[in-house]
Design a protein around this ligand. Structure first.
Ligand SMILES: C[S@@+](CC[C@H](N)C(=O)[O-])C[C@H]1O[C@@H](n2cnc3c(N)ncnc32)[C@H](O)[C@@H]1O
Length: 209
């Protein structure tokens, strides 16, 4: 069962206060209804990137760059992020935040639909984060898997979809996520699980070929 609200509040309060740039992104995202990751999910992404030290991170779904920033702050020397989002207005706003945080140079934006952009990428991704169209998650996964380095990690957000997946709702996004989850945790190419942090994050590690 996902952490109770009290547990969530406790964990949010346990960590040091967010830096002002993160607070501003969060406030703008919430005020404008831009869906960005829960700060606890951001911290999980940051911890994974700090542990894995990826040379190349690929993100599908940039918005105003909140999840990108969590990852960019702990990239190893020479590490970079390619982040994909067709919405240029949002990614231009993301750039201003990244510049403010001093990480702009580590991030390349690709303003194309995820399926188009991923199909052009070469093999060599160390860490991927999926957070765009829910009905395309299975397609992103199929394009990412052959492009990952051995031992690479694929993470995906919203896999619990605010309780709708477990509740068995049948709208298009929920059905797509339910099918994706089944596939993600049983794909023979991955060691994968889904953790109930934020809105549910899938983490899959590439098995050795
Ligand atoms: C949930 S938001 C991303 C939030 C971001 N990862 C964060 O936590 O800060 C989803 C983003 O996917 C973008 N998007 C929409 N269609 C897309 C597509 N076909 N390919 C990639 N991204 C797409 C939207 O413009 C939106 O900004």
């Amino acid at each position: 069962m996902p952490a109770a609200e009290g547990d969530r509040d406790y964990l949010v309060g346990l960590h040091p206060r967010l830096a002002p740039v993160f607070e501003d992104m969060l406030a703008q995202g919430r005020a404008e209804g831009i869906p960005i990751v829960d700060p606890l999910s951001g911290r999980l992404l940051q911890t994974l990137v700090a542990a894995l030290k990826p040379r190349l991170v690929v993100e599908v779904g940039t918005a105003i760059g909140f999840s990108t920033l969590w990852m960019a702050t702990v990239l190893p020397e020479g590490g970079r992020i390619q982040t994909i989002d067709p919405d240029r207005k949002r990614t231009e706003r993301a750039r201003t935040f990244w510049r403010r945080a001093g990480v702009e140079e580590r991030i390349e934006v690709i303003n194309e639909p995820g399926l188009t952009a991923l199909s052009r990428l070469e093999v060599g991704i160390d860490f991927a984060f999926v957070d765009a169209l829910k009905t395309e998650y299975a397609g992103y996964l199929e394009l990412l898997l052959p492009r990952m380095r051995p031992g690479g990690v694929i993470a995906a957000d919203n896999l619990l979809w605010s309780g709708r997946v477990a509740a068995g709702l049948e709208d298009e996004n929920t059905a797509a996520l339910r099918a994706f989850n089944q596939r993600f945790v049983t794909d023979p190419r991955l060691h994968a699980t889904i953790v109930p942090v934020g809105d549910g994050i899938g983490i899959g590690v590439m098995r050795n070929p």
